[in-house]
Design a protein around this ligand. Structure first.
Ligand SMILES: Nc1ncnc2c1ncn2[C@@H]1O[C@H](COP(=O)(O)OP(=O)(O)OP(=O)(O)O)[C@@H](O)[C@H]1O
Ligand SMILES: [Mg+2]
Length: 276
């Protein structure tokens, strides 16, 4: 198979910034929080345009506003200034056409894996037959077959995150937001989840925004990495990941372009030069 480079070079990007089918558009956004004790500027001058089907990772120091950025896209939070659009539409409130995966799977202990996944359908009043069929498809896709009747306390951390991923994908959201989804997993399980997530992303064609503290994970998964400055967070640099679409985990780690991208990110974050 020939290798294909993804990123700025192959993604059409109009210069005038008009809505032309971008999945996510963030224009000059700032977020200020006013609490009793103090005011915090979480984000400032953030502009970002993400095309449908892109996989974009977001990295930055703790407190730089990564989760805040995802909340803006989901409509859980309104910007203090600037504009956020999803598929050309202004985000004015919580959006139903997204999927969200958090660091903790947040499953209901008293429901089986399958019934946790179907919770999404109940909340959205999806037709039962359609929801069950989609759940079966996702259970197979994420390797949960045989565990769908298990309860969360009978599942490993990795399996619980797979259930959370199935739940987030049940309604076929065009945009999937992931906030440190693998942060609580051991290193080996995390690698396996990375490989699976990349496969699932390719199978579903969903636009993904992934927040992570792992530079290796950010680069392995994405076609672009957004590197943020410390608070108040803004985009320090957009890194195009020059890696083939087919990404064998071990081989990817050994690619010079992988080392270049991770090295640049580490430089920007001012992190130590040891690899993660
Ligand atoms: N609801 C809120 N009220 C007040 N301040 C908030 C609120 N949410 C976030 N903040 C502040 O905004 C800043 C950015 O927070 P955010 O959670 O987006 O950071 P983050 O990059 O996700 O950090 P981490 O990597 O630790 O998860 C922080 O200083 C945080 O304290
Ligand atoms: Mg966060």
């Amino acid at each position: 198979m020939t290798s294909m480079t993804v990123g700025n070079t192959t993604t059409p990007r109009p210069a005038d910034g008009t809505a032309t089918g971008a999945a996510v558009e963030i224009d000059d956004v700032a977020v200020r929080f006013h609490t009793r004790k103090k005011d915090v500027t979480a984000l400032t001058d953030v502009s970002l345009r993400i095309e449908p089907g892109e996989f974009v990772s977001i990295v930055g120091a703790s407190g730089c506003g990564k989760s805040t950025l995802l909340k803006l896209v989901s409509g859980l939070l309104r910007p203090s200034s600037g504009r956020v659009r999803l598929h050309g539409e202004d985000v004015r409130g919580p959006r139903r056409d997204i999927g969200y995966v958090f660091q903790r799977a947040a499953l209901l202990d008293w429901r089986s894996a399958r019934r946790n996944i179907l919770l999404q359908a109940e909340m959205r009043r999806m037709p039962k037959g359609e929801a069950r069929a989609r759940a079966d498809e996702l259970i197979a896709m994420t390797g949960l077959s045989g565990f769908d009747d298990a309860y969360p306390n009978e599942l490993s951390g990795g399996m619980q995150q797979r259930v959370a991923l199935c739940r987030a994908l049940l309604h076929r959201p065009p945009v999937l937001l992931m906030d440190e989804p693998f942060g609580a997993l051991d290193a080996l399980t995390r690698e396996q989840m990375n490989v699976e997530l990349r496969r699932i992303w390719r199978e579903t064609g969903t636009t993904v925004l992934l927040v992570t503290h792992s530079i290796a994970e950010a680069v392995y998964l994405a076609n672009r990495v957004v590197v943020m400055t410390p608070r108040p967070g803004t985009v320090a640099e957009l890194i195009d990941v020059d890696l083939p679409t087919e990404r064998d985990y071990g081989r990817t780690m050994a690619e010079p372009s992988f080392a270049r991208a991770t090295g640049r990110i580490r430089e920007l974050l001012g992190a130590a030069t040891t690899s993660e």
